[in-house]
Design a protein around this ligand. Structure first.
Ligand SMILES: Cc1cc2nc3c(=O)[nH]c(=O)nc-3n(C[C@H](O)[C@H](O)[C@H](O)COP(=O)(O)OP(=O)(O)OC[C@H]3O[C@@H](n4cnc5c(N)ncnc54)[C@H](O)[C@@H]3O)c2cc1C
Length: 439
């Protein structure tokens, strides 16, 4: 439902300039010229709306998930590139300097360099920005450098297209449409100010302190934070936050991690972090007392308040982080719902907090199914991968159709589980998932 509302709102925003152009009483032009202008306008409104799909706004990504929001952001950006690319080639009317007899630009498009300048800059920059984003993993620069380039590049493109639209746009000569473009560009700019200035400023007064970092498996760490002079974070079990360790809140060095603790257990926050790249590999060297900042909570892996009689948690590897948070919360609040955890790893040593999981299972009646792809000799649990057969074995239809499913783990595992649940007749609204990578 929320997705439908968001999609309708998105379409309304993106199509508003075209609608305002359509109701203007201007003399008609050939079809291809109207299409050229329409493509350019649509590309611009999509570019401006992209700022809101950057993943940092809870109203936008909260309902559908950060991974879905960012995937949409990526796919829609490609549409904008295609529209912007064809925009100048579709015109059939000739280019000319402004003609007194063609005030409504029915028969000519402007050839004035300064009216075209912003458009040319954006036309060249936009594909570069999108290609750099698509091929990000192929380049050697860090995520933070990419993020900075992406933000600055996007702001430059938006400014350049605004200039081009206001100076050259046939329909943007109308003051209402011009005001709408300026307002939309203002909102896009405000979103950058919010993310890079306002949010860090707020974080400054809500510092966190590292209590400890403990190894809980090979290249796996348990990080505990406590609020430094404030009441802590109001979050729901299963959510995540962007964590900045040691750096200024204005630095771009922050990473998203799921909160593995339960709000019912107090103000300390726990994370389970797997070493991956430059930031996470240094985690073992983080000293107690280290300063930290958080941007959150975000995310929609939330089972609190849901009506389903059972909660199935399906985790692969470090995907256990948000699910253990949910399990801890269900246990701490003595939630009466039935629970089942399917937890897959490669080797036994990667199972984190096993004793605690067993204790919760005993107290809460949670069934835990451990799955190892490289089991040791004498392993009594499941062997292999979390695949369709395993899911069908432990969640037989039709009983499984009434439960809510929370899935987090490697992409391939998540796709298999999502498809299998769909085959078993579990409605999509009862499947919550979070991808740790959205490339
Ligand atoms: C919603 C969400 C929740 C996550 N929860 C956990 C968790 O609980 N435990 C865990 O071990 N991992 C989690 N991850 C993955 C974790 O964020 C990355 O492994 C981590 O950021 C890698 O950082 P690095 O500097 O070590 O590696 P890098 O090599 O710098 O980054 C590797 C990749 O991590 C992603 N990444 C890095 N920085 C950011 C950023 N600021 N914003 C978005 N993505 C970024 C990018 O895809 C990047 O290509 C989560 C990811 C997401 C999106």
């Amino acid at each position: 439902m929320k997705l439908r509302i968001l999609m309708s709102l998105y379409l309304a925003i993106v199509l508003l300039p075209l609608g305002l152009a359509a109701v203007q009483a201007r003399p008609p032009r050939p079809f291809w010229d109207e299409l050229a202008t329409g493509a350019g306008m649509l590309a611009f409104s999509i570019i401006l709306a992209e700022f809101l799909l950057s993943g940092r706004f809870r109203t936008v990504s909260g309902g559908v998930g950060l991974d879905v929001t960012l995937r949409l952001h990526q796919l829609i950006a490609r549409t904008a590139v295609a529209l912007a690319f064809i925009h100048p080639f579709l015109y059939t009317v000739p280019m000319s300097p402004p003609m007194i007899w063609d005030a409504s630009r029915q028969y000519t498009v402007t050839s004035d360099f300064w009216s075209l300048a912003g458009g040319i800059v954006a036309w060249l920059l936009l594909p570069v920005l999108v290609l750099l984003a698509i091929g990000r993993s192929q380049f050697s620069y860090s995520y933070e450098v990419w993020r900075l380039m992406h933000g600055v590049g996007a702001a430059l493109i938006a400014g350049a297209v605004l200039q081009h639209s206001l100076w050259a746009g046939r329909y943007s000569q109308d003051p209402v449409l011009a005001a709408v473009w300026v307002a939309m560009a203002g909102v896009a700019l405000a979103s950058l100010v919010f993310v890079y200035l306002w949010a860090p400023l707020k974080q400054m007064s809500r510092r966190w302190r590292v209590v400890g970092v403990t190894a809980v498996g090979p290249r796996l760490w348990d990080l505990v934070l406590e609020p430094d002079g404030h009441k802590g974070l109001r979050y729901t079990a299963g959510q995540f936050a962007w964590l900045n360790l040691r750096h200024s809140p204005f630095s771009l060095r922050e990473n998203p991690f799921s909160i593995a603790s339960a709000p019912a257990l107090g103000g300390q926050l726990r994370f389970i972090i797997k070493e991956f790249g430059d930031a996470t590999r240094k985690l073992g060297a983080v000293e107690p007392g280290t300063r930290a900042y958080l941007d959150g909570p975000h995310g929609n892996l939330v089972v609190e308040g849901r009506p389903e009689p059972g909660v199935a948690l399906i985790a692969g590897g470090v995907g256990i982080a948000p699910l253990i948070g949910i399990l801890r919360q269900l246990h701490a609040t003595k939630d009466p719902r039935a629970t089942l955890l399917v937890y897959g790893n490669r080797i036994e040593e990667q199972i984190v907090h096993r004793a605690e999981l067993d204790a919760i299972a005993a107290a809460q009646g949670t069934k835990i199914i451990h799955v190892l792809s490289e089991p040791p000799v004498g392993w009594a649990g499941e062997a292999g991968l979390i695949d369709a057969a395993l899911i069908k074995k432990h969640f037989p239809a039709p009983d499984c159709q009434s439960w809510v499913y929370v899935i987090c783990g490697p992409g391939a595992m998540m796709e298999t589980v999502e498809e299998t649940l769909s085959d078993l007749g579990v409605p999509a609204s009862q499947v919550l998932s979070e991808r740790f990578s959205y490339d």
